[in-house]
Write a protein that binds this ligand. Structure first.
Ligand SMILES: [Zn+2]
Length: 72
C-alpha cells in the first residue's frame, strides 16, 4: 500500500515548478526573474512536501470558496 505522500508524488510527476518559489510553471515562461523550472520529481523531498502541502491548502480553500458561492 502506498503512502499518501507517494500518491501525491505520482500525481505531480512531470509537472514543472519554479525552483525559487515552488509555484507551478503553468503557462508562464519565467518566474522570479528566471527561467528555471524543475520537474516535481527532481525537487528535493523537503520541497516536494512543501508543494504538496500548498496544493492541499489550495484545494481546501477552493472547496470552501465554492461552498460559499453556491450558498450551501
Ligand atoms: Zn518563482
Amino acid at each position: 500500500m502506498k503512502s499518501l505522500f507517494e500518491q501525491y508524488q505520482e500525481e505531480f510527476h512531470g509537472i514543472d515548478y519554479c525552483c525559487y518559489c515552488l509555484e507551478p510553471k503553468g503557462n508562464k515562461w519565467h518566474c522570479c526573474h528566471e527561467n528555471h523550472f524543475v520537474p516535481f520529481e527532481d525537487l528535493d523531498i523537503q520541497d516536494q512536501k512543501e508543494v504538496i502541502e500548498g496544493e492541499i491548502e489550495f484545494a481546501k480553500w477552493q472547496s470552501e470558496h465554492q461552498e460559499k458561492m453556491y450558498g450551501r
